[in-house]
Design a protein around this ligand. Structure first.
Ligand code: SF4
Length: 550
């Protein structure tokens, strides 16, 4: 069997970092780890070609070569996902689909009539598809019916199928699932609340494989909560540490973790010693009532700002996610988020409007209350809430756009980045001469020259840029290269805030026009709240016209 593994296009998003990636001569941020794992799970005699459409298009020769097309996608990739199914069917190729989007939006995906729907986790459902094909069945829907696979049996992904030089980071996965209960989260729906981890030996074999293939850049540990099983994580890091030393720290690692990481100094030290340079935290909001309502109790245990500072002072750069639009949220939530980000000096703050994802606790509650909107629509950082909120949509949208705009003011961004790196310098870094040397390659030097030109000469940031860079050399010389990498992300973020403003403004106009015509509520009151008059503003939604990026 000749299989063409196809990864659909991502629309531009906060994480796509197109401009920053372009600077270093790459095509995409992360490779499709799911598809290379699928290839490893399928019969070894099957042949594979992989095309990530974020890197390049499928050639005529590849279409002609394959006996079957397999696609994996997340919700944000839905548009190209459906287009590629249509294209494959037009060419008479059988199509198999899997991954988070088909699993969570089964009916919507079924509409494009893929032949095989391989849902849930592939370790269980891919063998079912193979058996069906061997029996001569031309279609099928394969589910794991609640059974979660043992990931210690998952083979090493077929990384060699990737065009590795196209990616700025490589991805690996240590665990699936998360023990927490956040109401809006689909991870616990897809992967369960009992974190399942790979063995230390298995993970090190994956890293060794990447090392043998010549990978020497960043690795993103794509676990949704890397520290879900702290005992196993520590055991893995204890084994990773000597491997890293022996191989002269060939990679820097970033991951995602829950905020309770700040309560475990031993774990943070171990991560630092294994060259973990950054962690993404789901902070969501500094409003304790919203955190309580959304069942994110772990974020209310310690003051959030102290947790962020503690992680940064341990030498791990913090990236953080924030959400606006929780039920019963008080006006000014957007500003409170911006103030929190400024106070904690988090450079990379991913700000989104709350979205109800299928089958989550939030989705079920809103569905019961008849508050879901726009089902089947796009879900990303440039889309309005997909449910009726408890305060006016217009107010939330305005706070969101204003907040996003202020967060990525070019001078504020540079200033925050500098302050964050001043916190990082308080930690002891592992000695890693080889890694630092390898980072100074030609592509990086060219990227640096462009950042120097744009931020140090062309924009209004010029004074702050040189002043902060000089201070960095004086106070934290070891962090200058990473500091400049984070500064370079402004190239994408300045553009992206324009996109957010334009998109939200467009959707808000549509939303208000629609509600003017049909006159339903644009906000609801919760039963526990005193009843308030619902106001429906029908004026054209206008966002403030702000100066450009100069
Ligand atoms: S901590 Fe993160 S991964 Fe875990 S349930 Fe909450 S949002 Fe989901």
């Amino acid at each position: 069997m000749r299989v063409l593994l196809l990864y659909p296009v991502f629309p531009p998003s906060f994480w796509s970092f197109e401009k920053a990636i372009e600077l270093v001569g790459r095509k995409a941020m992360l490779p499709p780890l799911g598809l290379v794992t699928v290839a490893a799970l399928l019969p070894p005699e099957w042949e594979f070609k992989l095309v990530d459409r974020n890197v390049r298009n499928v050639t005529e020769a590849e279409w002609a070569w394959c006996d079957m097309v397999m696609l994996s996608a997340m919700i944000v990739q839905k548009e190209d996902f459906h287009a590629q199914i249509r294209e494959a069917k037009r060419r008479g190729k059988p199509v198999a689909v899997g991954g988070p989007y088909p699993t969570s939006m089964f009916e919507e995906c079924k509409a494009s009539a893929p032949d095989y729907m391989v849902l849930d986790e592939g370790e269980i459902t891919l063998p079912l598809m193979v058996a069906a094909i061997e029996r001569g069945e031309k279609s099928g829907i394969f589910r794991s019916n609640g059974v979660k696979p043992d990931v210690t049996k998952t083979p090493i992904p077929r990384f060699e199928l990737l065009q590795m030089d196209a990616y700025s980071d490589m991805s690996v996965q240590f665990s699936r699932g998360c023990p927490f209960l956040c109401e809006f989260c689909d991870i616990i729906v897809l992967y369960g609340r009992k974190p399942r981890t790979k063995t230390s030996a298995q993970m090190i074999a994956e890293l060794q494989r990447l090392y043998d293939l010549g990978w020497r850049r960043s690795i993103f540990m794509v676990d949704d909560n890397f520290i879900g099983n702290k005992k196993n994580v520590k055991a893995f890091l204890q084994e990773l540490k000597p491997w890293m030393i022996e191989h002269d720290y060939p990679f820097s690692i970033a991951t995602e973790a829950s905020v309770d990481l700040a309560q475990d100094q031993e774990l943070m030290d171990l991560m630092r010693e294994c060259n973990f340079g950054a962690v993404f935290l789901g902070i969501e909001t500094p409003d304790t009532e919203s955190l309580k309502l959304t069942k994110k109790s772990q974020n209310n245990r310690d003051p959030l700002s102290e947790s962020v500072m503690r992680i940064a002072r341990s030498g791990i750069r913090v990236m953080a996610g924030f959400i606006i639009g929780f039920d019963n949220e008080k006006p000014g939530a957007g500003k409170r988020i911006v103030d929190f980000v400024e106070e904690t000096a988090v450079p990379t703050a991913v700000f989104s409007m709350l979205q109800a994802l299928p089958d989550t606790g939030l989705w079920k509650r809103l569905e019961k209350d008849g508050r879901l909107l726009n089902q089947g629509g796009d879900i990303n950082q440039t889309t309005l809430l997909n449910f009726v909120p408890t305060r006016p949509m217009e107010e939330i949208a305005r706070e969101y756009v204003d907040g996003f705009w202020e967060l990525y003011d070019p001078i504020k961004y540079l200033d925050r980045t500098f302050r964050h790196f001043m916190l990082l310098k308080e930690a002891k870094y592992p000695k890693k001469k080889g890694y630092a040397r390898r980072k100074r390659n030609l592509k990086n030097l060219r990227a640096m020259a462009i950042v120097f030109w744009r931020q140090g000469f062309v924009r209004k940031t010029r004074t702050v840029f040189w002043k902060r860079l000089y201070q960095m050399y004086q106070l934290n010389p070891g962090g200058v290269s990473s500091y400049l990498t984070v500064c370079s992300q402004a190239e994408h973020l300045l553009d992206y805030r324009e996109r957010v403003r334009a998109e939200i403004s467009k959707q808000m106009s549509k939303h208000l026009a629609l509600h003017k015509a049909t006159a339903p509520a644009t906000s609801v009151t919760q039963p526990s709240e005193p009843k308030v008059e619902v106001t429906l503003k029908t004026s054209q939604f206008q966002l403030p016209v702000l100066s450009g990026v100069q």
